[in-house]
Ligand binder design. Structure first.
Ligand code: GAR
Length: 266
């Protein structure tokens, strides 16, 4: 039996994935309800979708925070409980040599995230779904949402077949590389850039008739089915984590958490 889950969503843009999730909840395809929609931009067109469905929404102006800190790094203090050393030791986005750049990045993001958390925590939620949220989340935020580190509860949809083409333009990078297959991935968030445990993937062919625009269209059509499907698996408690360790073909030792999908609910 699946439990009714409360879903929080974060968006930055048009929110078509958010719409797919709301629709799946309304039709009963997901036993769940979207309880808030947050954004890093007050102008995100997707926020209107929340309003249309009577879902509370809010935004945190990331751009203003980043701009203010760039102009004067002493103008804002880190949020309570923020520990730069701890964040730097957990994150896997920046290389150690990028220390100074990383510090500026994490400070501004954590200040924005503290505001985001304050808004989000007004609601009870079981799952946080990133639906085209174009901001990197720091360990400061991730650890405050995943109160139990063994039970991650932030998921993301990414427009490529990960681990290929992480970053901000998955379909563009896939198309320009000359790939003949494109795809999308739903995964849990970890401390890296699009590196977390994969829940589901969909693929589609790319032919010589395709343009970047048509690749995006094909990809989004897959996303709108894949994301609700993966959220349904989460709601049905069918996602199981397994710790794996193996040696890659290049000799590197890899430790990784993977997701197995159970046939029936636990
Ligand atoms: C989607 O293609 C999603 O995969 C991508 O942004 C788009 C949002 O569309 N997300 C990322 O690139 C995350 N790194 P939407 O606002 O219409 O759902």
């Amino acid at each position: 039996m699946s439990r009714k889950i409360r879903i929080g969503a974060l968006i930055s843009g048009g929110g078509t994935n958010l719409q797919a999730i709301i629709d799946a909840c309304e039709t009963g395809n997901i036993n769940g309800e979207v309880v808030f929609v947050g954004s890093d931009r007050a102008e995100a067109p997707g926020l209107e979708r929340a309003t249309r469905h009577g879902i509370p929404s809010f935004s945190v102006d990331y751009r203003a925070i980043i701009r203010r800190l760039k102009a004067d790094p002493t103008s804002m203090s880190p949020p309570a409980g923020f520990d730069m050393g701890e964040v730097l030791s957990r994150q896997t986005i920046f290389a150690p040599v990028e220390g100074e750049r990383a510090k500026g990045f994490f400070l501004s993001r954590a200040i924005a995230e503290a505001e985001l958390l304050e808004r989000m925590n007004r609601y009870e939620f079981d799952l946080l779904a990133l639906a085209g949220f174009m901001r990197t989340l720091t360990p400061y935020f991730i650890d405050r949402v995943n109160r139990d580190s063994d039970l991650p509860r932030i998921i993301n949809i990414h427009p490529s077949l990960l681990p290929a083409f992480p970053g901000t333009d998955g379909y563009g990078d896939t198309f320009r590389y000359g790939c003949k297959i494109g795809g999308c991935t739903v995964h849990f968030i970890d401390y890296g850039e699009d590196t977390g445990p994969i829940i589901g993937q969909r693929s589609f062919p790319i032919t010589s008739e395709d343009t970047l625009e048509s690749v995006r269209e094909k990809g989004l059509a897959e996303e709108w089915e894949l994301y609700p499907e993966c959220i349904r698996l989460f709601a049905e408690n069918r996602l199981e984590f397994a710790a794996t360790e193996y040696t890659r073909s290049d000799g590197r030792r890899v430790r990784r958490t993977i997701v197995n999908i159970r046939n029936t609910s636990a």
